[in-house]
Design a protein around this ligand. Structure first.
Ligand code: G6Q
Length: 550
């Protein structure tokens, strides 16, 4: 139903792009900028107060046209409509993919199996509003009547990375006395460190788990529950624990009253769920009004994605550029560098979004794909990372396409900090594009008074090949609306890539094998079984670690 008629790497557009890539390998962005004074304007798209300047990419009109043709041949437009219509485009799990319904602000019906999903979504949004208001106003209190001011999110993967990233991104909007914490890792340290900081009387635990069977989350939740019951007794659980899940039965079994449960649905994938009640901690921290603004921002991007023509469609263009380097230049990585301290968890969030969605080797028509799918996504906050991996971005043997994310105004405008920050990001992108030839480096060394020998010795080390691509994503300030736009932009970019690669971006079967094996190893590590079914290395490691733990 969703597979392509012809493998995408056999399509006309693909062949054309292979041809164009050969030509582009010899073309310098520098000279394209010199020749075309309109280049920046031509290769920029704005939406609201956001500007995406993609002019510092190794493209020209021919390449751009071929990329757009690739999207057409891959049937991207049709698949966008299928997603928005609630079709079951997650084919391996036979599910609709409706994170867009969670922020469907126009409230138009969306049907899955003949049933409009909007009334349920609106009901839960109402519940999020009532509960977050009640916690913030001190109407929903802890067992001893104190306000709940320490909010602890227990979840992992999609039930952690999104809410954690968004909560941190919007820190300036937190209610003054509310503090947020996240426990995800099964490592006892994660639990211990948070429990050391909070007071049972003022702590609310939100157990986020779509399935409510995830070993990390349930183990952490049990530990926190014991800690609470030890301090305040069993009845306190009803006042200090709520759950976000699709699994009422397991929530009840765990001992959380289903009345304190916030539902979500199997048409929302974990890594696409921060717009649902999985974002409850965001709503409590910043207030429901701001949570709604975040949904509004995502909705604005959804509408843009659905209606803008491909050449002016931000997620579409970003996806095509990513495919351009990945599939036609053999570049296997992509860096995301937000120049905003509050966005420092964005790269970790995007790692999951992109690599869990598109790190796949089987196509929708049940074949092993013959081309590269997801790149490795990595990153960190600028300017910190300029002093770590930027060496490789500037002088490594392979280019690393970068997304630079840039708020024009900081929430903390102190002295000239933000101007220095902005100057840095603009300089990075210009330097990556222009580079510095060996001759230019030599001339600089000479001008600095270096001897002839020194100039000859250093000129290559001081040179930069340049011609390295970057996208500039600029907006006014990281507020809830803009955050919504930004995250939805990346969700849709990831979707378009998946459509072109003809893979299912919405399952994650690759995380299962390790989980299964861990369950087998656990009793062996605990000494209840002999390890017999493993390879020699695993067997020896189990025995060595058991020895160390005796
Ligand atoms: C995301 C994945 C995965 C999931 C976690 C937690 O898309 O499905 O990261 O979010 O494994 O799962 P639960 O929410 O079911 O505990």
């Amino acid at each position: 139903m969703f597979g392509l008629k012809r493998e995408i790497n056999k399509s006309f557009a693909w062949k054309r792009l292979e041809h164009q890539a050969k030509r582009m390998r010899k073309t310098e962005m520098r000279s394209m900028f010199d020749k075309d004074p309109q280049r920046a304007e031509k290769y920029s798209i704005s939406l609201g107060n956001m500007l995406v300047d993609f002019s510092k990419n190794r493209i020209d009109d021919k390449v751009f046209a071929a990329l757009l043709r690739l999207a057409k041949e891959a049937g991207v437009a049709k698949r966008i409509e299928q997603m928005f219509a609630g079709d079951k485009i997650n084919i391996t799990e036979k599910r609709a993919v409706l994170h867009i319904a969670l922020r469907n602000r126009a409230n138009k019906p969306i049907y899955v199996d003949g049933k409009d999903v909007m009334p349920e979504i609106n009901r839960v949004l109402g519940k999020i509003k009532d509960f977050s208001d009640a916690v913030r106003l001190g109407e929903f209190t802890g067992q001893t009547g104190k306000r709940l001011t320490n909010i602890v999110n227990i979840g992992i993967g999609g039930s952690d990375l999104g809410p954690k990233m968004a909560t941190e991104a919007l820190k300036k909007y937190w209610a003054k006395d509310i503090k947020c914490y996240f426990i995800s890792n099964i490592d006892g340290t994660a639990c211990a460190e948070v429990l050391n900081k909070v007071d049972p009387e003022t702590t609310l635990f939100i157990v986020c788990s779509k399935t409510f069977t995830t070993i990390e989350t349930l183990t952490n939740a049990r530990t926190c529950r014991r800690w609470l019951v030890d301090a305040l007794g069993e009845p306190a659980v009803a006042k200090h624990f709520v759950a976000v899940s699709t699994n009422t039965e397991e929530v009840a079994k765990f001992g959380i009253n289903p009345e304190n449960m916030f539902e979500f649905w199997d048409f929302v994938g974990g890594r696409y769920s921060m717009w649902s009640a999985i974002g409850l901690i965001v709503a409590i921290a910043v207030g429901y009004e701001n949570f709604e603004k975040m949904l509004n921002g995502a909705y604005e991007m959804d509408q843009h994605f659905r209606t803008a023509e491909p050449a002016k469609n931000i997620p579409m263009v970003l996806a095509l550029l990513s495919i351009w380097y990945n599939n036609f230049f053999g570049i296997r990585n992509h860096a995301v560098v937000p120049y905003d301290q509050y966005l420092r968890y964005l790269p970790a969030y995007l790692q999951q979004l992109v690599m869990e969605s598109n790190g796949k080797f089987v196509s929708l028509d049940d074949k092993f794909v013959k081309y590269q799918t997801s790149p490795v996504v990595f990153g960190g906050a600028g300017t910190d990372v300029q002093h770590s991996f930027f060496q490789m971005i500037h002088q490594g043997t392979s280019a690393v396409p970068c997304d630079f994310i840039i708020p024009a105004i900081s929430h903390n405008e102190i002295g000239e900090h933000h101007e220095i920050l902005l100057a840095n990001v603009l300089a990075q992108s210009e330097a990556l594009m222009k580079g510095k030839t060996v001759q230019e480096a030599a001339a600089e060394l000479k001008a600095a008074g270096k001897s002839k020998e020194e100039v000859a010795r250093l000129k290559k080390y001081k040179s930069f090949k340049g011609n390295r691509p970057s996208n500039m994503i600029v907006f006014k300030k990281i507020d809830p609306h803009t955050l919504g736009m930004l995250v939805a932009m990346y969700e849709h970019k990831t979707f378009v890539e998946g459509v072109i690669w003809n893979i299912d971006s919405f399952d994650q079967m690759g995380v299962e094998l390790g989980k299964q094996m861990a369950l087998r190893i656990l009793p062996e590590l605990q000494g209840n079984h002999e390890s017999v079914r493993h390879d020699a290395s695993t067997k020896a490691l189990i025995s060595f670690i058991r020895g160390l733990r005796k």
